[in-house]
Design a protein around this ligand. Structure first.
Ligand SMILES: Cc1cc2nc3c(=O)[nH]c(=O)nc-3n(C[C@H](O)[C@H](O)[C@H](O)COP(=O)(O)OP(=O)(O)OC[C@H]3O[C@@H](n4cnc5c(N)ncnc54)[C@H](O)[C@@H]3O)c2cc1C
Length: 624
C-alpha cells in the first residue's frame, strides 16, 4: 500500500504497508457539493454504507455555499427535481431563501437513508494499491483519520483526490493556461424586500496558489464597492461564503469528451445522463481560445447555440485507475467542453449517476466500467436522470427561437442563408462540407451584385474552409472597420471586422499586416466610429458600460492575428522583426488597457486586456 498527498502542489508518495484504518465504508464521497451531495444520496439509496466528506459546514457546495440558486440550461430529470419541489414547499413554510431549504433537504434525505457526513473536514491524502484506491486520510477538528473504502468518488470539483493519487489531469487553456473567469456572488435585498443574487465576474484566478487565491478573493470582495457594481436600490445581505470558481483541473478519463467529438457527432452510445448548455465561457478574450472554439463562437457566430452531450461511465473514470470515480465539473472533458458540461442540473445528474454506479459496483464486486449497462440504465431511467428526451442535439434555445439546428447540404439553401444577417448555420455547414463548397462560394462572392451580406458571408465561409480567395474581401472589411455585427444570438454576437481579422490571421495573410499595425499603433484608431456606435446588449456579453468591448475585440484580434501571420512565415525574418517591433510598442505600456476600461487592476475588465498584453509580451520575449 502507498499513501499519496499534495505538498507544494506536487503529489508525494510514501509507503503505508502498516496502515490501520479507523473505519471502513463501501463508498466515500470526497466533497458533498453540487454533484457530491447527490452521489451520497444515490449511493445510500442503493443500500450500501456511505460517507460524505466536505470542508464546508454542510452539503451543496457551489449550489448552497456559493449561493448559485438559479439554473442556466442543464437537462431536466433526476432526483434533484423531487428535492427542488420539496424545497419549494419547505421554503414557503419556514425558510427565507430556497438555498437554505435545499441544503437542509440534501443533508436530511441522505442521513435518512443511512449516509454519514463529516463536515468541516478536509480530504488530505489517498491510499492506493498500485492504481487501485483503498481509502483516504482526512483532517477533522479531532485530528487526522484514515478511512477505508471499496469505492471512492472524487467530487471535489478540482480533481483534488485524483491529483493526489497521481492521475493524469489537465488545467486551463492551451494559449496561456488560464481557466474561465471566477466570480464573486452578492446576495442582496431589493427595495420590495425580495432576495436577489448578482454575479460579478472578477477576473482570472489560479486557485492552486493559496496566496494568489486569497488575494483574488480580497480583490473580488473589494471590487463590490466600485460604483459599477453598487446596488442603487437595495442593500447587500452578504457576499456568498464560497468564491465562484468555474473551472480547474480536469481528469484525463478513459473516454475524454472533446468539443471536436461533440461537433462531429462522435459520442457515446451508453450515456448515464445528458448535459446541455451553450459554450458558456464567460471570458471576453476569445482570441486566446482554441481555433475550433473560435471557428464556432467567433467566425460562425454560434456562441449561444446549445448542445446536448451524452456522458458515459468512462468519462467519470481517471485513465488506468480502479475503485475511483469522479463527479462534478472536473470529469473527463476538454477545456472547451468544460464550459458546457458544468451546469447545476447536469452536475446533480452526474453525482446521481456516479453514486448509483459506485454502489452497484460494490454490491457486485466489480469495477464500475464492467457494470452491465442495461442494469445501470434502468435505475437511472427510473428517476429521469437518463432520458432519451434530453438527447436534443444542437439547438437554438432562447427567448427568440427554440429550434433544432440542422446542418445544411443543399446549395440553394446555403446561398439563401448566406444572404442574411443570421448566417451562422450556413457558414458552419460550409466548414463541414469543406472544399466541395469552394467553387460555389467564389462564384456567389464575385457575383454578389451589391448584396453585401452575401459577399461578406461567402468570404467568411471560404476563410473557414481555408481558401485564400476570400482575402481581398476580408481585407476590405478590415480596411473599412466595418461596424456590422451578426444577429444569430441573443448576446455575444460577433463583429464582422473581428471575424475578418481572425480568418485572415488564420490564413497567414501578410498583406493584412499594415492594417494591423495601424490598429495597434495609430492613436487615432480609438476615434473611429465603430468603437463608439455599438451599445446594444445583443452584442455585449455583459452590459457594463465601463468596458469598450468593440475596441477590446479589435485590438486583441489584431495582436493575436499578427502573431499567427508571423508563425505562418517563419522564413521571413524581416517580417518577423517588424511584427515583434509593432507588438512590443503596442503592449509596452497600458495604453490599450486604459482605452478599454477605466476599471482598476484586479477587475475582470482590466484583466481581460491584461491577458492579451501578457500573452503578447510572453511571445515577444520568447522570440527575441
Ligand atoms: C459564479 C457561478 C455562477 C454559476 N451560475 C450558474 C447558474 O446560474 N446555473 C447553473 O446551472 N450553473 C451555474 N454555475 C455552474 C455550477 O454552479 C457549477 O459548475 C457546479 O455547481 C459545480 O458543481 P461541483 O459539484 O463540480 O462543485 P461544487 O459544488 O463546488 O462542489 C465541490 C465540493 O467539494 C468540496 N471540497 C473540495 N475540496 C475538498 C477537500 N479537499 N476536502 C473536502 N471537501 C472538499 C467543496 O467544499 C465543495 O462542497 C455557476 C458557477 C459559478 C462559479
Amino acid at each position: 500500500m502507498i499513501y499519496r498527498r499534495m505538498a507544494d502542489g506536487i503529489p508525494r508518495e510514501t509507503a503505508a504497508d502498516d496502515i490501520a484504518f479507523d473505519r471502513h465504508y463501501d463508498v466515500i464521497v470526497a466533497g458533498t457539493g453540487t454533484a457530491g451531495s447527490f452521489a451520497v444520496l444515490a449511493a445510500a439509496m442503493q443500500g450500501v454504507s456511505v460517507l460524505g466528506v466536505d470542508r464546508f459546514s454542510g452539503a451543496g457546495g457551489m449550489s448552497t455555499f456559493g449561493y448559485v440558486d438559479g439554473y442556466y440550461y442543464g437537462a431536466n430529470g433526476g432526483m434533484y427535481e423531487k428535492i427542488d419541489r420539496e424545497g419549494k414547499a419547505l421554503q414557503d413554510e419556514m425558510f427565507l431563501g430556497k438555498v437554505e431549504a435545499k441544503q437542509y433537504l440534501l443533508e436530511k434525505k441522505a442521513a435518512d437513508q443511512g449516509a454519514e457526513f463529516l463536515f468541516e473536514t478536509v480530504v488530505t491524502g489517498v491510499y492506493l494499491n498500485g492504481k487501485t484506491v483503498r481509502g483516504i486520510s482526512v483532517l477533522t477538528e479531532d485530528g487526522v483519520q484514515n478511512l477505508a473504502c471499496e469505492m471512492l468518488i472524487d467530487a471535489t470539483a478540482e480533481a483534488e483526490v485524483c491529483a493526489m493519487a497521481g492521475c493524469a489531469v489537465d488545467c486551463g487553456r492551451q494559449s496561456d493556461g488560464k481557466t474561465r473567469p471566477y466570480t464573486s456572488v452578492k446576495v442582496w435585498v431589493t427595495e420590495e424586500g425580495n432576495i436577489a443574487r448578482t454575479n460579478h465576474d472578477s477576473g482570472y484566478i489560479n486557485q492552486y496558489d493559496p496566496k494568489e487565491l486569497s488575494n483574488a478573493i480580497l480583490a473580488a470582495h473589494e471590487s463590490q464597492l466600485l460604483g459599477e457594481f453598487r446596488n442603487k436600490h437595495g442593500r447587500v445581505l452578504f457576499l456568498a461564503p464560497s468564491i465562484g470558481i468555474r473551472e480547474g483541473r480536469r481528469i484525463l478519463a478513459e473516454e475524454t469528451v472533446t468539443m471536436q467529438k461533440i461537433l462531429d457527432g462522435d459520442q457515446t452510445k451508453t450515456p448515464l445522463f445528458y448535459a446541455y448548455s451553450d459554450f458558456d465561457k464567460h471570458g471576453k478574450d476569445n482570441a486566446l481560445e482554441t481555433e475550433l472554439l473560435q471557428d464556432w463562437y467567433v467566425a460562425s457566430n454560434l456562441s449561444t447555440v446549445c448542445l446536448s452531450v451524452p456522458i458515459s461511465i468512462k468519462s467519470l473514470i481517471p485513465k488506468g485507475y480502479r475503485s475511483l470515480l469522479t463527479a462534478g465539473r472536473h470529469i473527463g472533458v476538454d477545456h472547451d467542453t468544460a464550459s458546457l458540461v458544468r451546469m447545476k442540473k447536469d452536475m446533480f445528474k452526474c453525482g446521481e449517476s456516479a453514486g448509483v454506479c459506485a454502489a452497484l459496483a460494490v454490491k457486485k464486486g466489480v469495477q464500475p466500467i464492467d457494470l452491465p449497462y442495461k442494469e445501470v440504465r434502468e435505475i437511472l431511467q427510473e428517476t429521469g436522470c437518463l432520458q432519451e428526451e434530453n438527447n436534443v442535439g444542437i439547438m437554438f434555445d432562447d427567448q427568440y427561437r427554440r429550434m433544432q439546428v440542422r446542418w445544411l447540404t443543399d446549395e440553394n439553401e446555403i446561398r439563401r442563408e448566406l444572404a442574411g444577417d443570421m448566417p451562422g448555420i450556413a457558414i458552419y455547414s460550409c466548414k463541414r462540407l469543406g472544399n466541395r463548397m469552394a467553387e460555389e462560394l467564389k462564384q456567389w462572392m464575385s457575383g454578389a451584385d451589391g448584396n453585401e451580406l452575401l459577399r461578406s458571408n461567402c468570404a467568411i465561409a471560404l476563410g473557414l474552409i481555408g481558401d485564400k480567395a476570400c482575402l481581398p474581401v476580408l481585407r476590405d472589411i478590415v480596411r473599412n472597420r466595418d461596424s456590422f455585427y451578426y444577429k444569430d444570438n441573443r448576446r455575444t454576437n460577433q463583429l464582422r471586422t473581428v471575424i475578418a481579422i481572425y480568418l485572415a490571421g488564420k490564413l497567414g495573410d501578410m498583406e493584412l499586416a499594415p492594417m494591423l499595425k495601424e490598429i495597434l499603433l495609430d492613436e487615432r484608431e480609438y476615434g473611429k466610429g465603430l468603437y463608439h456606435e455599438i451599445t446594444k446588449t445583443s452584442y455585449l456579453f455583459n452590459p457594463n458600460r465601463n468596458f469598450n468591448e468593440v475596441y477590446f475585440q479589435v485590438i486583441s484580434y489584431a495582436a493575436v492575428s499578427l502573431i499567427r501571420i508571423m508563425e505562418k512565415h517563419p522564413e521571413n525574418q524581416e517580417f518577423r522583426k517588424e511584427g515583434l517591433k509593432i507588438l512590443k510598442e503596442a503592449f509596452g505600456d497600458d495604453f490599450h488597457i486604459q482605452k478599454t476600461t477605466s476599471m482598476p487592476e484586479g477587475t475582470f475588465e482590466y484583466a481581460s486586456m491584461q491577458n492579451i498584453r501578457d500573452y503578447v509580451n510572453r511571445y515577444c520575449r520568447k522570440k527575441l
